[in-house]
Design a protein around this ligand. Structure first.
Ligand code: SF4
Length: 338
């Protein structure tokens, strides 16, 4: 059985500290949390995850993550208060890292100094898009200089850097999303998260959608764009640690439209698998009959595809009667075989 190596203790701070209202955002619904992350609640969360468990029964890496809102946009006193609450757990050796997410506008030397003082190790920036028009239409105007400056400061101060993008925002296109991906790549983050834009109740985007002023991307288009993005990040060894929002009950309750799928990463991996098979076939100029592939046994499902779609696509595209995949444990990549 695979042992869990990493535990996240999630602390939600919906809208706290954020003077903006991005059109897509209702942090309360998306994070499934109501009210403020006060000290009591924070202590309860920490206790639920970490108390009463012997250290040797916990995963070796235990990280407190402040999600939602813009942490560094909180008044300094409140940031300090929240971070102070975690310190006893750090001293006991139960927490060994702290991460948070914020908006590039709320990054400066003073704020980062405070985070360093309390042992924050990772800062995630919600970039969402680098296209000025998309950002403007999405209610979160932010200049390139501000984003770049925030990235530089985070790096210079020795934090791990995470960047988030949201394909399919108002005004976004395949081209502008591809450009955002290239821009993010140029900043060499330690990891990225990609959250396709969804229409959720109680947001301005919902009103735009109802008024015919916003059309979400289809799942097909989203998977296509994500596939290209994932391959680019993979080529630069930048992990995509999240694709799509967690299927939180509150999100599902408020979800109205857009490219939501509970297994989005799997769909993207299947698309990558399909492309690999097509490339192999084209390279070998095999155009009919039966075809056999050797595939790594731990990846067979991404080659078969969701509901066997990849097999069906190959039959339709090339006229094969049978497409056979042979799983092999000592095979590290797809191979055409006799
Ligand atoms: S900056 Fe973040 S928390 Fe604030 S409205 Fe936008 S998405 Fe929501």
């Amino acid at each position: 059985m695979k042992t869990k190596t990493h535990m996240i203790v999630p602390v939600f701070i919906p809208h706290l500290g954020c003077p903006y209202r991005c059109v897509f955002c209702n942090q309360t619904d998306i994070t499934g949390q109501q009210g403020r992350a006060d000290e009591k609640k924070l202590q309860e969360t920490l206790a639920t995850y970490l108390d009463d468990k012997p250290l040797d029964q916990l995963p070796p890496h235990r990280e407190v993550a402040f999600y939602g809102g813009s942490f560094t946009g909180l008044p300094a006193g409140r940031q300090e208060n929240l971070l102070k609450q975690v310190q006893p757990w750090v001293k006991k050796g139960l927490v060994n890292a702290i991460r948070l997410s914020t908006h590039p506008l709320f990054i400066d030397a003073e704020r980062l100094e405070l985070l360093k003082k309390y042992g924050v190790s990772t800062v995630e920036l919600g970039i969402q898009s680098t296209d000025p028009n998309v950002l403007e239409l999405s209610g979160r105007p932010c200049s390139w200089e501000v984003m770049e400056n925030a990235v530089d400061l985070i790096r210079k101060n020795g934090f791990r850097l995470g960047l988030q993008l949201m394909p399919g925002l108002p005004g976004d296109s395949d081209q502008t999303f591809a450009k955002s991906v290239d821009d993010v790549l140029s900043w060499k983050p330690d990891f990225v998260r990609l959250y396709p834009t969804l229409v959720v109740r109680h947001t301005e985007l919902f009103e735009m959608y109802q008024g015919g002023k916003y059309t979400p991307w289809s799942l097909e288009r989203t998977v296509d764009n994500l596939k290209t993005a994932v391959l680019k990040f993979r080529a630069e060894n930048i992990p995509v640690i999240r694709l799509g929002l967690h299927p939180d009950p509150s999100l599902l309750e408020n979800f109205v439209a857009g490219p939501y799928h509970p297994s989005l990463r799997y769909l993207v991996d299947c698309r990558i698998g399909l492309d690999e098979m097509i490339e192999n076939i084209r390279d070998q100029k095999i155009l009919n009959g039966n075809i056999y592939f050797k595939v790594p046994s731990n990846r067979i499902s991404v080659y078969i595809g969701h509901k066997r779609e990849n097999i069906q696509t190959l039959k339709t595209l090339f006229g094969f009667e049978n497409v056979t995949l042979k799983p092999e444990t000592n095979c590290d990549r797809l191979q055409l075989t006799a």
